[in-house]
Design a protein around this ligand. Structure first.
Ligand SMILES: [Zn+2]
Length: 236
């Protein structure tokens, strides 16, 4: 999971969502939502623009985001059904199989789930690059791992693979840089950015700057220098 910058909605769509929110007391929120095809398409377009890679799920980062997820579920707070700040793009597994209507909160009623458009997930989670598994750094991180099953086997294997692909692309980027081949450099940057599981290269960029980098990149120490290169960092 990575931080995602939320974009503003087109004014006409934002106004329409306000009108629909005003209708909720007269209808059930779920019915209104299901009927609002045009608005849902508009929301999907905006979320697709924000999503990492090729419209990946904002929770797992692996699968195609196929659903507009209500971060705070409709069943818990119907008045947020059409609240743009409550909409995320999720794959069907994260949305239906895992999250569903689960929405853990702390004693003060604050969500114990990471909202990637509000929180920086790396404040709450630590990704082991060698194993491909997350470890919780905070109670919010622990609850998010549990609700979304972010250490499910397919994601762990995928992150191991993504680390290898990104490592290879970084080395090819460096070789292209040495011979001044800007086109090849841009190609390798695209490869990295469009990979599923963007959390892996985001973690690599961060951990390369840490004092523990030699430990975290054991076996791939050459990547640390590449990941610290200001030209690379400004491209990613
Ligand atoms: Zn997902």
């Amino acid at each position: 999971m990575i931080y995602i910058r939320r974009i503003p909605l087109p004014v006409a769509l934002a106004e329409r969502l306000l009108v629909l929110t005003g209708l909720i007391p007269m209808s059930t929120a779920r019915q209104l939502w299901n009927r609002s095809r045009v608005e849902r398409r508009g929301l999907r377009d905006a979320l697709n623009t924000m999503a990492p890679g090729h419209q990946r799920c904002m929770y797992c980062g692996d699968s195609e985001g196929t659903s507009v997820d209500h971060f705070e579920p409709i069943a818990r707070n119907p008045m947020r059904t059409f609240d743009w700040l409550n909409h995320l793009l999720a794959c069907s597994f994260c949305n239906s199989n895992q999250k569903g209507s689960r929405y853990p909160v702390d004693d003060a009623g604050r969500p114990l789930l990471i909202d990637p458009t509000v929180d920086d997930p790396f404040d709450h989670l630590m990704l082991s690059l060698s194993v491909g598994e997350y470890r919780a750094r905070t109670p919010k991180g622990a609850a998010t791992l549990d609700v979304l099953a972010l250490n499910r086997a397919v994601l762990v294997r995928g992150r191991q693979h993504a680390r290898d692909v990104v490592g290879q692309a970084l080395r090819m980027w460096r070789s292209a840089q040495k011979v001044g081949d800007g086109r090849e450099q841009a190609r390798q940057i695209r490869t990295i950015r469009m990979q599923p599981l963007a959390d892996v290269y985001h973690a690599m960029l961060r951990y390369a700057l840490s004092d523990n980098a030699p430990l975290l990149f054991a076996g791939d120490a050459d990547l640390i220098t590449i990941l610290r290169d200001p030209e690379l960092r400004s491209s990613l």
